[in-house]
Design a protein around this ligand. Sequence first.
Ligand SMILES: [Zn+2]
Length: 143
Amino acid sequence: MRTHTALHVLCGVIWNGWGVPVTGGNMEPLTARMDFEFDPLPPDFGADVEKLVNDELDAARPIAVSFLPRAEAVLDADLIRTKVSLIPPSVEEIRVVDIVGLDKQADGGTHVRATDEVGRIRIVKTESKGKGNKRIRIQVEDS
Ligand SMILES: [Zn+2]
């Protein structure tokens, strides 16, 4: 749960700061990677994004889970950005995970109740996986 929430915070910070969407990711307990459409990564990106994410974790933003009718969800800009359209049409009610004020996504996962329950993150590595695809590896640590 901590790692999953940390990834949503990372997505929100990167979208708000650089306007860059996610292209993929993978998660294990307390360690994860996520790919973004950067080309190239900005200078000092790792240190900058680590600080921004940890500031958001410290801010103890509440995480709200709700359900929206599909017809409404497909009109929400945040949910469009995070590809609500890829959810199978048979799903009529969309589960929404909202890190209030930071990141809102259609999501089936379990999360902590507020961002300060994550602890801290450390950017372990950034690497290029090709044009428009840069990988960020994070570790979740106790604060
Ligand atoms: Zn998620």
